[in-house]
Design a protein around this ligand. Structure first.
Ligand SMILES: Cc1cc2nc3c(=O)[nH]c(=O)nc-3n(C[C@H](O)[C@H](O)[C@H](O)COP(=O)(O)OP(=O)(O)OC[C@H]3O[C@@H](n4cnc5c(N)ncnc54)[C@H](O)[C@@H]3O)c2cc1C
Length: 365
């Protein structure tokens, strides 16, 4: 019998879950959002997928990254075949490091990745100068190059997943009033949104920072805080683009080539103060832009087309992301709190939720 799954939140996480479930005939999916899709944190993201290049080598953190980096290329291919190609930068990620870096740790990481069947290269200054002349000569001590990591444009990615999931029959309602959950004991049996009622066998809460508002009345024992990020979209007039343009990252500042001399640059990492106030700090944004110019000098001539900020959902008291059943409830699953890696981890999150719905006895209780 088909099971009704209601998903709250149409950011990259909720939409990835909706897409993955839409491939399984066992489920009828309804995706609800109080805004249009991809307006939350996802709308601010740079889409840099630091999977293989991340320092995580074991446990859940690595398993999620590994699973996402296997699923991502398949997803892009599925979406393209369905007529919804997603703009992405396939040139890999180049992470520069300074003289303080312990290179033996990077060699260790490289070995571990090779043992797992992934590629990771360690470059010296000569390699960098020769392969990426767009980077300031001798600005760093070396770099790690990951050819299998890449960057996707998050909003078109969400739109493509959504369009194909809709073709496969998911139901959606956006810009709805705050949904109300209706219970029978420890089961959420339906969700009311305005004058519409959606019955549910499973409820997935993937509302990013909005997840707190939904779970507060349910006495959930998890907390999240927003962490602000600012980023820029620049265009370099008459840019003579080199053939090879990976995402370049140095000291947590990413330069993302988009083609046609356009770039994204970001992002700041700004925490709320003790009173919970969080306002974009212009000086920090300026520092990020200047740091980018220091290693990617052509940006000096860029015209800034857009400067924006967004808030990342960061869990408190537990690691990101939060993928778990909501304690005290039989059929509610949380898929939230992805902090700085929601785009990267969305495919793996979606597969995990799918695994659990197909085999509920495997849900950790
Ligand atoms: C500047 C910046 C740069 C970033 N760069 C990267 C990057 O390079 N790579 C990466 O992997 N990640 C990046 N991130 C992090 C990434 O954006 C987030 O981890 C990710 O978008 C979280 O996705 P989400 O779907 O959980 O949340 P969101 O995108 O916030 O979506 C949540 C949705 O839930 C909806 N909602 C809220 N309340 C309710 C409710 N009551 N009912 C129904 N719907 C509701 C919202 O309207 C929203 O659409 C970046 C973030 C920022 C701010």
């Amino acid at each position: 019998m088909t099971q009704n799954v209601v998903i709250l939140g149409a950011g990259v996480v909720g939409v990835a879950i909706a897409y993955e479930l839409s491939l399984r005939p066992e489920f009828h999916v309804t995706l609800l959002d109080t805004q249009p899709p991809a307006q939350g944190s996802t709308g601010a993201a740079l889409g840099v997928l630091m999977g293989i290049i991340s320092r995580k080598t074991k446990g859940r953190a690595w398993q999620l990254r590994r699973r996402s980096m296997i699923r991502f290329p398949e997803l892009l291919q599925e979406l393209e075949q369905a007529g919804c190609p997603v703009p992405h930068n396939p040139d890999g990620i180049l992470k520069l490091f300074d003289a303080e870096t312990d290179v033996s740790k990077l060699e260790n990481l490289q070995q571990k990745r090779h043992d797992g069947g992934w590629q990771l290269e360690l470059w010296d200054q000569g390699n960098i100068n020769e392969t990426c002349p767009q980077i300031t000569e001798n600005i760093c001590a070396g770099a790690v190059y990951s050819p299998e990591d890449f960057q996707v444009q998050p909003v078109p990615f969400v739109q493509a997943l959504l369009e194909v999931a809709q073709q496969k029959g998911i139901e959606t309602a956006f810009e709805i009033e705050s949904p109300k959950l209706n219970f029978d004991g420890g089961n959420c049996v339906s969700v009311t949104a305005g004058d519409r009622l959606f019955s549910c066998d499973w409820l997935i809460i993937s509302a990013g920072l909005g997840s707190l508002e939904i779970t507060k009345p349910l006495l959930a024992d998890f907390q999240m805080k927003p962490v602000l990020g600012q980023a820029f979209h620049g265009k370099i007039p008459n840019y003579q683009a080199p053939d090879f343009q990976p995402v370049v990252s140095y000291n947590d500042v990413h330069v993302v080539p988009l083609g046609d001399g356009e770039f994204w640059v970001g992002a700041t990492v700004e925490f709320p103060d003790d009173e919970g106030n969080l306002a974009a700090d212009q000086d920090l944004a300026q520092k990020v832009w200047e740091a980018a110019i220091a290693f990617y000098p052509a940006l000096e001539n860029a015209e800034i087309l857009r400067h924006w900020s967004g808030q990342r959902p960061r869990p408190e008291g537990q690691g990101a992301p939060v993928i778990q059943p909501l304690q005290g409830y039989q059929n509610i699953l949380l898929a939230t709190g992805h902090y700085r890696n929601g785009v990267l981890l969305a495919p793996a999150t979606a597969l995990k939720i799918c695994d659990w719905l197909l085999a509920p006895e495997t849900i950790p209780r």
